[in-house]
Every structure is written in C-alpha cells, then in structure tokens.
Design a protein around this ligand. Structure first.
Ligand code: SAM
Length: 369
C-alpha cells in the first residue's frame, strides 16, 4: 500500500534518509512529505521510530471525480467496515486544491454522510464524529479532479512524544528540534549544550538520538490501535526491537529563568532521562568559559512570542559570549529573527532556511575559533 509520511518543510530529505535506514526501502520526496510502498510493519515501525515524521498516512484509494456526487459515490464505494467498526469515533480532515471543487468543508460533510449512510444501512447504527482525540482520522485530499482517500495511522501528530511535562512559553516543536539536531551533524561524541533550553525539547531529542531511544518510546496511543486489522503481536515485536535505555550524560542545558530551569531539572530527575541530561540555572551571557569544545544548539527568543528589549544587542551578546567563552565549539543558532541573527557578528559557515510554524527561520552554523 502507498504510504505518505508528513513532515515540516526542509526536513523532507532527512526524513527520506531515515525511512531508508529504518525500512531498507527508498522513499520519494514530496511537498512536506515523502512516500513509498509499505506494509503494516512499516507503518508501525515509522510511527514508533521516526524522529522527523509528523504523521504516517496509508492510501485507501484514488478516484477521478467530476462532481460532488462522484465524491460521495467514491467514498461510499469503500467498504468502511474493513477499516474500523461502528463504535469508533471519527475525524475527517479535507484539503482541496482544485478549480472544480472549492469547498473543503463540504467535502468533509459529504465524506461523513457517505460513511454514516453506509454504516446505517449495514448495521442500523453509525459512528460518531469527534473533533478531539478521535479514534480514526481520515485525510481526504482533492487535487484538481483526483480524490485521494487516506487513513491516518498516527492519530495525534507524532511531535506529541509523551516525555514532557514542563511547559515554556515558546517551545520548539519536537519534530523540528530532532530535525535541527540531525541537520547540525552532531557526532554524538562532543557534549551537546543548549544554553537557552526553555522546556528542554532540544535536550530530550538529543538524548533520544544519542541513546537510540525510539522517538515514541514514551507515547501510549496511536490511531492504528483502533484499526480492525490491528496486529498486536507484530506491534509488540516492533517495540521489543527497541534498544534498552543506556546511561551516561553529556547533554546539558541551562536557562536564565530560574523557575523554568528548576522545574525542568526536577522533571528530568524523576524521569528515565535523569542520567542523560543535566540542567542548570544560568544566564548564557554570564556563563563561565567552557572547559572543552561543545556542540551548541540554541533557539533564542525571536522578539515575537518572546519579546526582547533590544534584539540587536541581544544577538550581539550571543556572538560575544560564543567568542569569549566557547572557544573551539561549534554553535548552531536557530532563529526566526532574520535581522537579529546578523548581529551575532560571526561569519556563518552554513546557513539553512526552515520554518517554525508560519515563521521563516534561519539555522546558522558558527565555528568559534
Ligand atoms: C524560544 S525559547 C526556547 C524554547 C526551547 N527550545 C523549548 O523547546 O522550550 C528561548 C529561551 O531562552 C531563554 N533565554 C533568554 N535569554 C537568555 C539568556 N541570556 N541566557 C539563558 N537563557 C535565556 C528564555 O528564558 C527562553 O526559555
């Protein structure tokens, strides 16, 4: 079956590379996605282990449609009881890029009607629709006259890893954080430091990468649990494959907000990450010089969700601190403040453009000599 794996813009290539490592299969690049022919085992493996996937969709069918009635008929022609039973809750999401079909809400409505009508006729009962935490998620996509019907095996997006209980004001998305670490080409040997760690997303993702912890080791639900053909023994086998947690710390973070650093430190101390990640209070600009080179990744405030008094001075301070205190280190700065990042005052040896939600962001590499 055809699988469509969704990700963020800019992470498609590393996702395709990851898919080929995990499954030993080649994936083709799409727009904010990659796709391949896959099996149920591939679906479980990708959901459990991919660090760069947001969702794993499986194609149910593709149809040529010329009218709204064709859409209804196509959806009705699918035998829905093959996929889920009447007691499951359902969420339908539609996207439409077409001259002929304009209204995605109407497509959602028609899809629901066709499914409900079929269940009513066969069972005398219908599945209910739920916007939150639905058991089954369908993804309907119309491009011109082609209707693609996909079932979403993940359910909640895969950035919901289930390891975090500290919230900060502008946390980075987990999938994006994993992507930044991968793009930064960390060798997993140099100690990794995030000196503006907030809720610790970069630290957690670095620990999971370094210690080979599957991305969803801590998550307890996926939509495919609700599928009629859910294969529990196969799923257990895939989870069993996961490497056991190992210990040894070289991932460090700090934040100038004392309460946040304390909360994160406490939360890590209570978790399986306790010997992997070290967190301290600290203003980066007043830090002691590092005793050895580090691999630094930081996501400073952009002056958007988190405001800065003087964004030029702030970014200049990052550059000055790197020069004075972090000699020999490699520092990657991820920021949606495209002007600010210029004031770091070091020449970037690599510049990448990514998106943090709708915000275009720069990811610059600085070698600190
Ligand atoms: C965009 S947030 C980082 C979010 C983080 N990546 C996460 O996932 O939660 C920026 C963080 O930088 C911290 N910060 C700002 N100035 C700092 C400084 N001079 N030293 C250390 N931390 C600082 C803020 O307190 C905030 O938590």
């Amino acid at each position: 079956m055809k699988l469509i794996i969704k990700t963020f813009q800019g992470l498609e290539e590393i996702l395709a590379e990851e898919v080929s490592t995990l499954l030993d299969k080649k994936a083709d690049l799409g727009r904010r996605s990659v796709f391949l022919d896959g099996t149920m085992s591939d679906i479980y493996t990708l959901n459990y282990k991919s660090r760069y996937a947001l969702r794993v969709l499986a194609a149910i069918g593709a149809y040529q449609v010329h009218s709204y009635k064709d859409v209804y008929d196509a959806i009705y022609s699918i035998n829905w009881e093959d996929y889920f039973d009447v007691d499951k809750t359902l969420y339908i999401e539609s996207t439409v890029y077409s001259e002929f079909f304009k209204n995605s809400q109407y497509i959602t409505h028609l899809t629901k009607d066709a499914i409900v009508d079929q269940f009513n006729e066969n069972k005398g009962r219908r599945p209910s629709i739920s916007k939150q935490n639905a058991d089954i998620r369908l993804n309907i996509h119309i491009s011109e006259r082609t209707l693609n019907v996909n079932i979403d095996s993940s359910g909640e997006a895969l950035f919901k890893r289930g390891y975090k209980d500290v919230t900060a004001e502008a946390p980075i998305n987990e999938v994006l954080a994993a992507g930044l670490i991968r793009l930064s080409e960390w060798d997993k040997k140099l100690p990794l430091l995030d000196p503006m760690c907030g809720s610790g997303t970069i630290l957690y993702e670095a620990a999971m990468l370094k210690y080979d912890i599957p991305s969803q080791y801590f998550r307890d639900t996926f939509s495919f649990y609700h599928w009629n053909d859910f294969d529990q023994p196969l799923w257990s086998e895939i989870q069993h494959d996961a490497a056991p947690l190992k210990v040894e710390g070289s991932i460090k973070g700090s934040d100038k907000l004392d309460y946040l650093a304390d909360e994160l430190k406490e939360s890590i101390a209570q978790s399986e990450f306790k010997s992997m990640i070290e967190v301290n209070r600290g203003n980066f600009f007043q830090t002691d010089a590092l005793e050895q080179p580090h691999h630094i990744i930081m996501n400073p405030p952009y002056n958007k969700r988190l405001s800065l008094d003087d964004h030029k001075a702030f970014y200049k301070n990052i550059g000055d601190t790197l020069k004075k205190k972090c000699t020999g280190s490699t520092a990657w700065v991820f920021s949606g403040n495209k002007q600010g990042i210029k004031f770091v005052g070091l020449k970037p040896s690599k510049k990448l453009t990514l998106y943090n939600g709708p915000i275009e962001a720069k990811f610059h590499k600085f070698e600190v000599f």
